[in-house]
Ligand binder design. Sequence first.
Ligand SMILES: Nc1ncnc2c1ncn2[C@@H]1O[C@H](COP(=O)(O)OP(=O)(O)O)[C@@H](O)[C@H]1O
Ligand SMILES: [Mg+2]
Length: 252
Amino acid sequence: MPILSIENVCKKFGNFDALKDVSLQVEKGEAVAIIGSSGSGKSTLLRCINNLETVTSGKIIIDQDVLVDTVNGTACYPSEKEIRRICTKTGMVFQHFNLFPHLSCLENITVAPIKILKRDPEIVKKEAMELLEIVGLASKATQYPAQLSGGQKQRIAIARALAMHPEIMLFDEPTSALDPETTNEVITTIQKLVEQKITMLIVTHDMRFAKNSASRVIFMDDGAIIEENTPENLFNHPKNERLRAFLQSVER
Ligand SMILES: Nc1ncnc2c1ncn2[C@@H]1O[C@H](COP(=O)(O)OP(=O)(O)O)[C@@H](O)[C@H]1O
Ligand SMILES: [Mg+2]
């Protein structure tokens, strides 16, 4: 059983087709990189998995729970409560970090496990300190996001997502807002998670990361998955003309 199954997902914004019949299966422990030009539907796909957007039609199954299915052409979602439960199985990391500015780094990490999962605050705090060690920011526990660099903020955002013990981590261009030096520290952190076999879908412009760390790479264009392969095959033997043009434009 795949941990994530996306079947024939379509998403319209008005008359505009942002996702066109997208199907994708992800196995536990895979790191799937999604590449493609701006506007190709990469963020929309992640947002549908995390229910930040609803699909127009199609089916999404996360860890054997049906987030949405389509009956007679209409997308059917379960109850709000059930949606919330299913969505705790995915953790999202955004381009612009989206940390809570009024909470310390430690509180940013502990707030959801305590408030949403109703877990023991002392245990959650202990785990959060361990996560801060993993992302190399234990010394920043009591500081506030405004006191951190971009790369540090992003590492706190990663720790915050991990604190919910998600089955799948979703990264939406986690390094696009960062300068080259801090990009590396975030990439190194994500690489650690790849080594720990944490399942992830990562939208990235970092072709080096996609080449070196992903188990599979997906190329999206104009709302559709156009090509999908191992990094080796996708980068060295691209079949689709649009993928070839994209690779030339990013490698230039
Ligand atoms: N909320 C929205 N309303 C209308 N159009 C949207 C909305 N979100 C995204 N789009 C459009 O859908 C397309 C895909 O967007 P997006 O998924 O953000 O692409 P990517 O992440 O690959 O750059 C774009 O043309 C974008 O303008
Ligand atoms: Mg995007």
